[in-house]
Ligand binder design. Structure first.
Ligand SMILES: [Zn+2]
Length: 220
C-alpha cells in the first residue's frame, strides 16, 4: 500500500462500511508516531487532538500517522463497541483471549483480529512499524505507569498534559491495542493509552499536542 503525504487515505472499512483513514505527514526519515483519536466510539474527545496534529507545524525528526477513529461505527452510534458489539480494545491479536459475549462491555469477538477495524489497524502497523502509538480514551483522566524507558516516556507525556500517573484497573486486559503496539517493533515499540477526562478544552488539546510531539522528539 502506498501512503501519500498530507492527505487522508482509506485503510479499511468498518462493519457498516464507514471508511477508516490515515494521514501521513512530517519528516519521512523521522520517528514514526501513530496517533489514534478514538477506539471506543463513545470516548472520542481524542479526535480533536488528531485534528490539531493534522495542521500543527511539526518538529524535525517526527513523522505522524494520524487515524481520527478506528471505530467510526461506534462513534456514529456513540457506543463503546463496533457494530458487531465487539470491544475493539480486546480484539487485537497479541494476547487475545475469549472474553464475554455480544452485549458484554468487554466482548472480545470470535477470534484474534476478527473485526475489520482491527484488521485495518494491524495491516497499518505491519506496513508502518511505528516507534510509538498513542491511543486516546475517556474519561479516567490518567496514564497508567510503565517501567524503564516506557515509564519515563509516560511520565514525560503526563507531566506536559497535566495527567496523573495512575493504574488503569477494573477490566480484563487481553487483546488490547497497547499490548499489540509493543509487538509492532519488538523491544522498542511503545504503546500508550491516554485517558482523557470527560471533556477536553482547547487548552488541553494544545497540551496533548505538545506532549505527543515532545515525547516523539525526545525519546525516538
Ligand atoms: Zn476506552
Amino acid at each position: 500500500m502506498a501512503f501519500p503525504t498530507d492527505t487522508e487515505i482509506e485503510i479499511g472499512r468498518s462493519i457498516e462500511g464507514r471508511p477508516i483513514t490515515v494521514m501521513r505527514r512530517g519528516d519521512p526519515t523521522g520517528a514514526r508516531v501513530l496517533v489514534v483519536g478514538a477506539i471506543h466510539g463513545n470516548e472520542d474527545a481524542g479526535v480533536a487532538v488528531v485534528d490539531r496534529l493534522m495542521t500543527e507545524s511539526l518538529p524535525e525528526g517526527v513523522e505522524l500517522w494520524l487515524v481520527r477513529s478506528m471505530n467510526p461505527d461506534g462513534q456514529a452510534h456513540q457506543v463503546r463497541q463496533n457494530a458487531r458489539d465487539v470491544d475493539l480494545n480486546r480484539n487485537f491479536p497479541e494476547n487475545w483471549g475469549l472474553l464475554g459475549q455480544p452485549g458484554d462491555w468487554q466482548y472480545a469477538g470470535t477470534g484474534p483480529a476478527s473485526e475489520p477495524e482491527t484488521q485495518a489497524m494491524v495491516a497499518l502497523g505491519d506496513a508502518v512499524r511505528p516507534d510509538l502509538i498513542l491511543w486516546y480514551h475517556q474519561d479516567l483522566f490518567r496514564i497508567s505507569p510503565g517501567s524503564g524507558r516506557s515509564g519515563e516516556i509516560r511520565t514525560r507525556y503526563a507531566t506536559i498534559a497535566g495527567l496523573p500517573i495512575v493504574e488503569i484497573t477494573g477490566g480484563t486486559y487481553t487483546g488490547t491495542a497497547s499490548q499489540w503496539s509493543r509487538t509492532v517493533l519488538p523491544d522498542l515499540g511503545v504503546g500508550i493509552t491516554v485517558e482523557l477526562g470527560p471533556t477536553v478544552s482547547d487548552t488541553e488539546v494544545s497540551d496533548h499536542v505538545t506532549a505527543a510531539l515532545t515525547i516523539a522528539t525526545e525519546f525516538f
